[in-house]
Design a protein. Structure first.
Length: 158
């Protein structure tokens, strides 16, 4: 007849206690916390790489534009041009400048920006509002509505 006072070692080894379960959960949460930090750094790095690549493409497109037309885009799109303190020329890459650099026009009023409709660049990502490429580092949030997500590019035009 079996002794009912003794514990069966096979049954006790097969289950988890509450303490063991809490320890496993805490180890998993610490590992997930470390993973979250690594994912955040990877996301920041990817944003930086996207912004760098797009700005180099925009720079190349403007240089090609200047090499072809021997001039920067005209001032008839006043909202898109910036003048620096030392006379350098800058552009906010808005919808009109983006279409001019792509050689695509909906409105004939802006056709003189690129009269030969040469495609200098193709933008892969657009803002649904401005129809221009967006800076991945500047979110346009409801708490900060004045921010613009467009790229701003300055050139040494002297």
């Amino acid at each position: 007849m079996p002794d009912r006072g003794r514990k069966n070692p096979a049954c006790a080894a097969g289950g988890f206690t509450l303490i063991e379960m809490l320890i496993v959960i805490s180890i998993i949460s610490v590992l997930l916390g470390l993973l979250y930090g690594a994912l955040e750094r990877a996301q920041k790095f990817s944003r930086r790489a996207i912004a760098y690549t797009e700005l180099k493409s925009i720079e190349t497109a403007f240089k090609q534009y200047h090499a072809h037309y021997q001039n920067w885009p005209s001032n008839n799109v006043a909202s898109a041009t910036i003048t620096g303190a030392d006379g350098d020329r800058g552009f906010i890459i808005d919808e009109n400048i983006a279409k001019a650099l792509q050689g695509v026009f909906d409105d004939e009023n802006y056709r003189d920006l690129n009269p030969e409709a040469i495609p200098f660049i193709e933008f892969p990502r657009y803002s649904p509002v401005t129809k221009a490429p967006v800076n991945p580092f500047k979110p346009n949030t409801p708490s900060n509505p004045g921010t613009t997500r467009s790229y701003k590019v300055m050139f040494d035009t002297n």
